[in-house]
Design a protein around this ligand. Structure first.
Ligand code: OTU
Length: 633
């Protein structure tokens, strides 16, 4: 066991020496002491078998102390003033974009603040903007320097200014912490390639491929088409390095406490630039153990929880967002003491699943089973991200409602690549694995929801249906408990951009089809209700305003999903005290009629979207993809 009681007095004395100002040291040491037993327990579970464990623990706490001292007064004030439930409020609405593709550079992002406000955003995720290899960098997820902004985009000082300017406008800056790997051009990788043993130990390196081959027996391939296998040969040092993703993304070795400490330092540096949410990329892969699939291991959880404790000590205004695109049981385990918020890929894929099938029973069933998460945490609900859509629902949930999950995935892949008769979708395959038959889907919200095909056909009815599908999905993520997150461009109905196919560095990665540059024409149309962009933008803007003015929509209020009422409708109730809002959305192409007496208690309700009033004993008729937000009167 750890001897945290014995260690503390010595550590305390040592840390005290680092501080010149006593007022500061008291706050830091109090926060640390409150968390010290758990922190040392976690670190002991990772590094306890080392003779120098106490020294490692001391180094980690020293890194935290230095970061605390370096933190600006402005950010210390933010730490002191922030309510623990700040991210759960109904006022929270998120957007995500690439700096270069969306606005050219950081100055361009700054110039868009009025637009973010017009839409109602309070959370802005800028895709990885750090120094990275010039051509192959996985959309920025191969980081060469966590402390440098890519020169074309701006500087770190500009980023820190942007963070504070966004904050002044009520917007929290969200950045990625790409902590599973670095690019092969990161200084650590360069030193490892020069033969420096201490940097080789930052990565998972092997003298030959004997052990890699043994690991490989149990590993998935994440990018089977572009980057098969999980190991890459490094000729300079005649060694193999672990590369879960692309061969230029080297997996870091968290079994080495020096690496843990180095990444902690990078992370606290980012928190000190004013980043309020750190999106912890690829968390499932942080720890490897021979004979396992090397995903979601207990040590990966211990690493994230320990880092979160350290963030709470140094920069408590900053929270972690989990990016774990794995089985829903496993996703839930990252939420709570590890990450305050998490992507909700299950809701995301089931929205698309329901649209394709016209049936909502799998969605409702899975949500009843899995939507609840600990208090003081929140889902990040989204329709699509910069990544592909992979059908990560649980086979057991499917079986419980009489669906064969494997066959259903084949149907969905065929549907979204337009191979099913009558499919409205214009998606592309991503990551096809000929060995397993597995595949995922790329495409923008609008193209997947039918807008691209409808615009080509010129059929106004199809166009209408496509817009309704988009708005129905947007309406769900705005009203179900959590932080709604929009991929910017979707609010204007941006279609697929096939130009990546002519770019040699991108042509093998269909995810670029749904990462288009901002479309100035669509932006200019946004206030014109006769245009498609104007119809989507106007309706969305209104829904966002409605959400923000009703605290009942906050993640801190319960969401109750209603099963077994209607097989084509997404249906849930939001509650706050005696107040109720019933959200119902028809996810089929046919009119549906619902009996309100089955789930509404009050005699009358009013739809917040249309202001139409309903009596409890009249049927609720929903046109294809129509939705209502019924407020109990
Ligand atoms: C993430 O996604 C990023 O979102 C991707 O854009 C990156 O390419 C990747 O990491 C590497 O940095 O496989 O299909 O369970 O599934 O981390 C997306 C988590 C991915 C992984 C996820 C990864």
């Amino acid at each position: 066991m750890t001897s945290s009681q014995g260690t503390w007095p010595i550590l305390h004395a040592h840390l005290l020496e680092i501080f010149k100002d006593n007022g500061q040291s008291t706050l830091f040491l109090t926060r640390l002491e409150e968390r010290f037993a758990r922190l040392s327990e976690l670190l002991f579970s990772l590094y306890g078998d080392r003779a120098d464990f106490t020294e490692q623990l001391e180094r980690i706490c020293t890194t935290a102390a230095h970061a605390f001292i370096a933190r600006s007064p402005e950010l210390h004030a933010l730490d002191a003033s922030r309510n623990p439930d700040w991210f759960q409020q109904a006022s929270m609405v998120g957007g995500v974009c690439y700096v270069d593709r969306y606005a050219g550079n950081l100055a361009g992002i700054r110039a868009r603040i009025p637009y973010f406000q017009e839409l109602g955003l309070t959370y802005l995720h800028l895709m990885p903007l750090f120094a990275a290899p010039e051509s192959f960098n996985d959309g920025g997820y191969a980081v060469s320097d966590f402390r440098a902004v890519r020169p074309q985009l701006g500087t770190m000082a500009e980023l820190a200014d942007l963070a504070s300017e966004l904050r002044a406008h009520g917007i929290s800056l969200v950045l990625d912490m790409v902590m599973n790997h670095t690019s092969d051009e990161h200084e650590w990788a360069l030193r490892a390639r020069e033969g420096d043993q201490s940097y080789q130990d930052y990565y998972r390196m092997f003298p030959d491929d004997t052990i890699p081959k043994r690991y490989e027996q149990n590993l998935r391939e994440i990018f089977p088409a572009q980057a098969p296998g999980n190991f890459t040969y490094v000729p300079e040092v005649q060694r193999w390095v672990w590369t879960t993703f692309h061969n230029y993304q080297w997996d870091l070795n968290y079994a080495n406490p020096a690496l843990f400490n180095a990444m902690l330092d990078e992370m606290l540096f980012l928190a000190n630039q004013g980043v309020e949410v750190l999106r912890i990329d690829a968390v499932p892969f942080l720890w490897k153990e021979l004979g396992t699939n090397c995903e979601n291991l207990p040590q990966a959880h211990a690493i994230v929880e320990a880092l979160n404790l350290l963030i709470q000590i140094v920069a408590p205004a900053t929270i972690f967002k989990a990016e774990a695109i794995v089985h829903p049981d496993e996703i839930a385990r990252y939420i709570g003491p590890e990450c305050a918020i998490s992507y909700n890929p299950l809701l995301m894929v089931l929205l698309w699943e329901a649209l394709a099938s016209g049936w909502t029973h799998l969605l409702q069933h899975s949500m009843v089973k899995r939507f609840a998460i600990p208090t003081n945490t929140a889902w990040v609900n989204y329709i699509r991200s910069h990544d592909d859509i992979g059908w990560g629902f649980a086979d057991e949930d499917c079986a419980e409602v009489g669906i064969d999950g494997g066959i259903h995935r084949i149907f969905l892949n065929r549907f979204y690549t337009g191979q099913v008769e009558g499919s409205f979708a214009a998606g592309l395959p991503f990551g096809y694995n000929p060995r397993t038959g597995d595949m995922r889907i790329s495409g923008t919200t609008a193209s997947l929801a039918g807008l691209e095909k409808a615009q080509h056909s010129g059929d106004p009815y199809q166009l209408d249906l496509a817009i309704r599908r988009i708005l129905a999905m947007m309406g769900i993520i705005l009203t179900a408990g959590g932080i709604p997150l929009f991929y910017l461009g979707d609010e204007l109905g941006t279609l697929n951009d096939y130009s990546y196919q002519h770019d040699i560095t991108r042509t093998n990665d269909s995810r670029w089809v749904h990462r288009p540059a901002a479309n100035q024409d669509l932006l200019a149309q946004r206030h014109d209700p006769t245009t498609v962009a104007g119809r989507i933008f106007g309706a969305l803007q209104r829904m966002i305003a409605l959400r923000k003015s009703n605290p009942i929509f906050g993640a801190d209020q319960p969401t109750q999903w209603l099963n077994n009422i209607d097989k084509h409708t997404v249906l849930f109730v939001r509650q706050q005290g005696l107040q109720r809002i019933y959200v119902a959305a028809n996810f089929s192409a046919y009119t549906q009629s619902l009996d309100l007496r089955q789930f509404v208690a009050s005699q009358h309700t009013t739809d917040l979207l249309t202001e139409r009033r309903y009596a409890r004993d009249e049927p609720l008729t929903l046109a294809p993809y129509e939705m209502v937000w019924l407020h109990s009167d």
